[in-house]
Design a protein around this ligand. Structure first.
Ligand code: APR
Length: 320
């Protein structure tokens, strides 16, 4: 067919939500892959039966066989385990690293031309490992984190200012962890710098600091409330916006975990930076001016990512 093919590796909470969103938007035909037998097939049937009601023609299938992702245009990876209350994303490293190895090989053997978006945590390390295991070019493998983190930041700011979320342009840099760097100097309310708008609205600086802190811990807050599993609606919709930017050659500037070599003084690792996404995949990393404090915060965040990469290399000698 002339339709695009979207492969979802991992058909759990995020995978199922991704499939529903992609179908509703008729982004292409959808393959749900999982190691659990029957589950992706069941979700595919359930989701297919939304079609007559919602009026979409996407073909949705479930599989346990990597051969069925052959020729996929976009692959979105959520395979692995999510956090439980009290866990950090980093606690998932060992188990999800071995999952990335299997997934990377599945992609390499079946759809090496795909644009691959990784969501599995700890994100910055897993996207790096997935790229290594798959052997795809760096511009075709990217991690979803910044779109979600900046959406969390924007949500909290819109609540505080009692304004429309549409007018908030929130900016987040760095790793997808508690050391992420919400950048206030690039965050605006329809162009008005957030610090200026806080003064206009009588919001104290300490309140903005609390919002920055809540953003950093935004994933953990949801894990604690759910009690079983982690966030999935907003992570799914974030990844879909990245897939749309690629499929539509939109040249959007989105904060993504992209491969950075040279810029920001970094030497070959994946971390959250503003990235142009178009038909070429991650076409460009945009290097912005940072204050000394922001630079120092970014360093803390990238050091934490580097440490995880060392841990990955210790666990799997093929990465060293
Ligand atoms: N290959 C394919 N699928 C796998 C594999 C594997 N080797 N190992 C586990 N899975 C599947 C599980 O069977 C499960 O269906 O991955 C799915 C994960 O789904 P959930 O447990 O519902 O987790 P989800 O909330 O979707 O989050 C997935 O994204 O945000 C991150 O931290 C989160 O790492 C987690 C991932």
């Amino acid at each position: 067919t002339g339709r695009k093919k979207i492969a979802l590796i991992g058909s759990g909470m995020i995978g199922g939500t991704l499939a529903h969103l992609a179908a509703k938007k008729e982004m292409g035909d959808i393959v749900l892959f999982d190691i659990a037998e029957g589950m992706p097939q069941g979700k595919a049937l359930d989701l297919s039966q939304c079609g007559p009601i919602e009026g979409f023609d996407a073909k949705i299938t479930g599989t346990n066989d990597y051969a069925d992702i052959a020729g996929a245009d976009v692959v979105i990876v959520t395979a692995g385990v999510p956090r439980k209350p009290g866990m950090s994303r980093d606690d998932l490293l060992g188990i999800n690293l071995s999952v990335m190895k299997a997934v990377g090989e599945g992609i390499k053997n079946n759809c090496p031309d795909a644009f691959v978006i990784c969501i599995t945590n700890p994100l910055d390390a897993m996207v790096w490992a997935l790229r290594e295991f798959s052997g795809l070019p760096h511009n075709k493998v990217v991690g979803m984190a910044g779109v979600l983190d900046s959406a969390r930041f924007a949500t909290f700011l819109a609540w505080e200012f009692d304004c429309s979320v549409k007018d908030v342009n929130a900016f987040v840099l760095g790793g997808h962890g508690d050391t992420m760097v919400p950048v206030k100097s690039y965050t605006t309310i329809n162009g008005i710098p957030v610090d200026d708008y806080a003064k206009i609205k009588g919001v104290p600086a300490s309140r903005l600091d609390e919002i920055v802190d809540r953003t950093r811990k935004g994933g953990g807050e949801i894990v604690g409330l759910l009690g079983n599993g982690s966030a999935y609606y907003a992570p799914a919709t974030s990844a879909i916006s990245m897939a749309e930017a690629y499929l539509g050659d939109q040249k959007r500037i989105l904060p993504c975990a992209s491969y950075v070599e040279g810029k920001y003084g970094l030497d070959g690792l994946y971390v959250g930076v503003p990235t142009v996404i178009g038909a070429g995949g991650t076409e460009e990393v945009v290097e912005i001016e940072l204050s000394d404090e922001e630079k120092a915060n970014l360093k803390v965040s990238t050091d934490a990512v580097e440490e995880l990469l060392e841990a990955c290399k210790g666990l799997d000698s093929s990465l060293a």
